[in-house]
Design a protein around this ligand. Structure first.
Ligand SMILES: Nc1ncnc2c1ncn2[C@@H]1O[C@H](COP(=O)(O)OP(=O)(O)OP(=O)(O)O)[C@@H](O)[C@H]1O
Ligand SMILES: [Mg+2]
Length: 196
């Protein structure tokens, strides 16, 4: 239940918010319910853009936002007229008090929902509640419209998700055709030719 060493992963580079959203969309289409995606990166790195894509991939075209009592910390997305699946978008930036505050705000229930996907921005603020097997997404600002997106699996389930996603991104979608992809070997990151 703490930061795990990355097992497998890839680095990609996006050149516009639409590409980051499209990558998120592919992830939303290929991630099993019950998974947790931790999104790291500085303010404005593109975490929310990426989560919007995940929500679209999971729930479009019937996506609706459900008002949550803790809306500053949590946004919930569902399909119109359906209770599940849900996308829980947690932003821990303003959460003071780590895991205890996370639990106190009722956010642990999101992690327990097997019919949901959980995306957490600023996961380093609540690292003690993160499951050992999760997908870590790290967005880095390279240039005004370029972002380096590192996706790292920390367990068996998330490793399958990463492999499926990169296969999909590489084999279809013209939008992603100019995306450069590099494999991360073990914990060492291979930036690959042309990656920022
Ligand atoms: N390639 C890109 N991918 C994602 N966003 C991009 C890209 N290029 C430019 N942007 C812009 O960067 C901004 C990213 O904002 P976003 O809210 O997603 O950041 P964030 O990481 O969630 O920040 P915060 O920590 O403040 O919540 C948006 O204004 C978006 O249009
Ligand atoms: Mg954000």
């Amino acid at each position: 239940m703490s930061d795990a060493t990355p097992r497998a992963g890839y680095t990609l580079q996006t050149h516009a918010p639409e590409e980051t959203e499209a990558l998120g969309r592919l992830l939303g289409q290929s991630t099993p319910l019950g998974s947790v995606i931790a999104l790291r990166g500085q303010l404005g790195a593109g975490k929310t853009v990426f989560v919007r894509g995940i929500a679209l991939g999971l729930l479009a075209p019937d996506l609706i936002e459900v008002t949550s009592p803790t809306y500053v910390l949590l946004h919930v997305y569902r399909r119109e007229g359906a209770a599940a699946p849900s996308l829980y978008h947690i932003d821990a930036y303003r959460l003071d008090g780590g895991g205890a505050a996370f639990e106190g705000a009722g956010l642990k229930e999101c992690l327990a929902d097997t019919q949901g996907l959980v995306c957490i921005e600023w996961p380093e603020r609540v690292s003690e509640v993160l499951p050992a097997d999760r997908l870590e997404v790290d967005l880095e600002h390279c240039a005004p419209t370029e972002r380096r997106v590192r996706m790292m699996a920390t367990g068996e389930g998330s490793a399958k998700v990463v492999e499926a996603l990169v296969h999909k991104a590489g084999s279809r979608s013209q939008l992603l055709s100019n995306m450069k992809v590099a494999r991360i070997g073990g914990a060492a990151i291979d930036r690959g030719p042309g990656l920022c």
